[in-house]
Write a protein that binds this ligand. Structure first.
Ligand code: FAD
Length: 355
């Protein structure tokens, strides 16, 4: 039986960065990726998301960033990742969807259908895209219109002439409203909390402070918050038309979903306190895609995985990258380097115990 020094699960920004650094250290590993082609979650982003819309995709280690590239993010970034995998000859196997990881003595066994890989350490880099989060709301099953999540956003034309409720207080809600409001019959934006608008220009110090807050959460074993939830929101030139149309007037969450709309808590909107809707678009974010790690019992009593750097405190054979504070392209890059160091440290310790 072949025993690998490391298995990386996921070939997005975080997994590729980890693989690059593992390779540089001469650590034998494979990268298992569920998608049909290179690009991580970027290959699934909606067609209208251009490189001008994204907040910037950081360069992978030892490479130039795709900054300055124009065109659709879901083709530019996958092409960039594909070239990177080739150039650095990274050992990516796909499509391989990992179902579970189990512990067998000192080793970890990674299962995907009837295939298994046995390894001394694991770097988990599975992102969030496959775990869209949809909060339960009373009456949700009674709605006769259409319900969509960001993950299946079909582009603005789909909403032409429709009355659309957009739910969620993050960057995706703001961007999608910017596209939908100019073509929809009307939009209603609802969020659980008052959105936090960024008033000053975004600074690197502000960004670092935001990441530090999320870092603190995972150090304490709390579920990670999204980095943007602490950096605040901003409108860009392409959202000015929606702003002029009043799309960014935020309303509190509806109290219930009804067959033809949503019941608002406050004073009359539309028909009494009901807002008639054809579509509800849930821009309610994602959760870490880590169900396959459940057999390792990594979760703390607070519901998150407690990390020291990128190392799981409950099982130091496991590194988590692209999780919590490293869930951005810059963070994922750095986490890949830290994780490779964590793997090397664990392997060295295990070897010194054995000898
Ligand atoms: P992903 O890119 O999601 O890659 C995870 C990989 O793991 C995938 O290839 C998937 O197939 C694989 N995988 C998942 N589960 C399994 C499994 N069980 N078995 C095997 N493989 C599996 N960040 C920025 O820095 N700049 C931006 O402009 C930006 N824009 C964003 C826009 C949107 C709409 C969203 C949702 C996020 C955005 N982010 C942005 C955040 C950014 O996407 C991530 O921080 C980063 O790209 C995630 O990289 P990753 O490697 O962690 O995950």
């Amino acid at each position: 039986m072949e025993i690998l020094d490391a298995v990386v699960i996921g070939a997005g920004q975080a997994g590729l960065s980890a693989s690059y650094h593992l390779k540089r250290r001469g650590i034998a590993h494979v990268v298992l990726d569920a998608d049909p082609g290179p690009g991580g979650a970027w290959q699934h982003r909606w067609d209208s998301l251009t490189m001008d819309d994204v907040h910037g995709v950081a360069a992978l280690p030892d490479s130039d960033s795709p900054a300055g590239a124009t065109g659709r993010a879901n083709t530019v970034v996958p092409a960039y990742f594909a070239a990177y995998e080739r150039e650095h000859d990274l050992p990516v196997l796909r499509p391989v969807r990992v179902d579970r990881v189990t512990s067998e003595g000192d080793l970890l066994v990674v299962h995907a259908g009837d295939r298994t890989w046995t390894t001394r350490t694991l770097v988990n880099a599975t992102g969030t895209w496959s775990q869209p989060y949809l909060p339960h709301n009373p009456g949700i099953e009674t709605f006769r219109g259409e319900q969509l999540h960001t993950v299946g956003y079909p582009g603005p034309d789909h909403f032409r002439g429709q009355r659309v409720v957009v739910v969620g207080g993050g960057a995706s809600a703001v961007q999608l409203l910017g596209e939908i409001a100019p073509v929809a019959a009307d939009t209603l934006w609802v969020t659980r909390r008052e959105p936090v608008w960024r008033t000053d220009d975004f600074t690197p110090e502000g960004g670092r402070a935001a990441v530090a807050l999320v870092e603190d959460r995972v150090r304490r074993g709390l579920p990670p918050a999204s980095v943007v939830s602490v950096t605040g929101l901003a409108l860009r030139a392409q959202e000015r038309e929606a702003e002029r149309l009043g799309a960014y007037q935020r309303h509190p969450m509806f109290t219930a979903i009804e067959p033809d709309g949503v019941r608002m808590p406050g004073p009359p909107l539309d028909d009494g306190s009901r807002w008639a809707a054809d579509v509800i678009l849930w821009a309610t974010g994602f959760r870490p895609a880590i169900a396959h790690l459940a057999p390792l019992h990594l979760r703390s009593e607070h519901g998150g995985i407690r990390l020291d750097g990128t190392t799981a405190v409950a099982d130091p054979r496991v590194q988590l990258v692209g999780y919590g504070p490293s869930a951005s392209t810059i963070g994922a890059n750095r986490a890949g380097r830290v994780a490779a160091r964590g793997v090397a440290t664990h392997l060295a310790q295990a070897e010194s115990i054995a000898s």
